[in-house]
Ligand binder design. Structure first.
Ligand code: NAD
Length: 361
């Protein structure tokens, strides 16, 4: 079992990671006898519902369950309204806790509901995908989509705890695991060379769900994210922007492909393009580029990436909600652990990087 604290000023909270953690922390969960509203992703409920109910039935306080539809379309006002009605019907209030059991979709939707229902009720995340364990459950961003516009409404709302039980990952479909690995690769670039090589050398163990390796990489990524958000909770100083490494490209790829690509695959492709772009503008020397490409290039990317039209990608980049003053901004890298934010580049450099990406996959 590993534990860290997200040191948000005035709102520190624990992140716990472990094998069979969920059953092991019953005592911890029983400490504050409250009423629990448990939001569960439908797929997770089918696969783990019995275990989840067993744990909650053994702790103090009443528990009611709300099954959230699975998939990105759950991040909608329709599901949110259904959730508010469930909370109202059960008379949940500030002395209750909302548990979000699922991936990033469940976390984002439940987080939004918890932050707005009665101006905020306590929230605990129980992430069940690799992506949500290493990234989305920590840091307090909540979001909903409006039609095809992703994450256009949202709040910053820190949870009171994040409990990561590795056993949930046993049932995660392979493409979802790969999607999480895309974000994991991003974290290796925000970290240090040792971690980069650790991940590079242990990819097959991650693939085989080796708990020891998973616990260690989740702990590492969670620690990186925790230290960034503790210093820049609401994206004010700019530090938090480094978490968008590879994402200017990734969001454009997702949009051009109408989201028929997994987020982590788009991030992996985005990282390859961002590495080439960093090299192109003279930031990243050739020898480092070659080493750094080794990790993202280990992941198999979908053939749809080969059909990119550069102008279309650039048009999509212009829509990115992170742009300022009409400029497309990139996060680029000079060395692992040294990233530059808000870099704007020439159109031909973007075009060069996408050509290089297409060549290398
Ligand atoms: N808030 C943030 O900081 C932040 C950061 C990154 C991403 N996100 C958001 O997270 C979402 C993506 O998260 P995700 O990749 O976890 O997707 P997800 O929540 O849609 O889960 C992926 C799929 O796996 C299923 N699933 C979840 N856990 C499972 C398990 N243990 N076994 C079997 N199936 C399981 C789900 O039903 C779903 O079909 C996006 O909406 C993205 O915008 C938010």
């Amino acid at each position: 079992l590993k534990k860290l604290i997200v040191e948000i000023p005035d709102h520190p909270y624990p992140v716990m990671i472990g094998d069979n953690l969920f059953s092991r922390i019953k005592k911890e969960m029983s400490k504050i006898p409250r009423r629990q509203a448990v939001i569960i992703d439908r797929n997770v409920d089918k696969l783990h519902g019995d275990r989840i109910r067993k744990v909650f039935s053994s702790i103090k306080g009443d528990t009611e369950y709300f099954i959230l539809k699975s998939g990105e379309s759950a991040k909608s006002l329709t599901e949110l309204t259904r959730m508010y009605k469930f909370l109202l019907k059960g008379s949940y209030a500030k002395d209750s806790i909302l548990f979000a059991v699922g991936g990033g979709v469940t976390g984002d939707t439940s987080g939004f509901a918890a932050s707005t229902y009665k101006r905020g009720i306590p929230l605990i995340h129980i992430p069940t995908t690799l992506l949500s364990a290493i990234d989305s459950s920590i840091g307090g961003k909540t979001a909903l989509n409006i039609d095809a516009k992703k994450n256009v409404i949202g709040t910053f709302y820190q949870p009171d705890g994040v409990y990561i039980d590795l056993n949930f990952l046993d049932t995660l479909p392979k493409p979802e695991l790969s999607s999480g690995i895309g974000e994991l690769i991003k974290y290796t670039f925000l970290s240090e060379l040792n971690f980069f090589f650790y991940v590079l050398n242990n990819l097959n163990k991650i693939d085989k769900l080796d708990y020891r390796v998973l616990e260690s990489i989740i702990f590492r990524c969670a620690s990186i994210k925790a230290s960034i958000v503790a210093k820049d909770e609401k994206e004010e100083s700019g530090l938090r922007k480094i978490l968008n490494f590879g994402h200017t490209f990734a969001h454009a790829f997702e949009s051009v492909l109408n989201y028929r690509i997994k987020h982590g695959e788009a991030v992996t492709a985005g990282i390859i393009a961002a590495l080439h772009l960093s090299n192109r503008i003279g930031l990243l020397p050739e020898n480092r580029l070659i080493t750094y490409l080794k990790l993202p290039q280990k992941l198999k990317l979908p053939a749809s990436i080969k059909r990119f039209e550069v102008n279309e990608i650039i048009e999509a980049m212009k829509e990115d909600k992170k742009n300022k003053d009409g400029k497309i901004n990139f996060v680029l890298i000079s060395e692992i652990g040294s990233l530059l934010i808000d870099v704007s580049v020439k159109k031909e450099d973007i075009s060069y990087s996408i050509d290089k990406l297409i060549e290398t996959i």
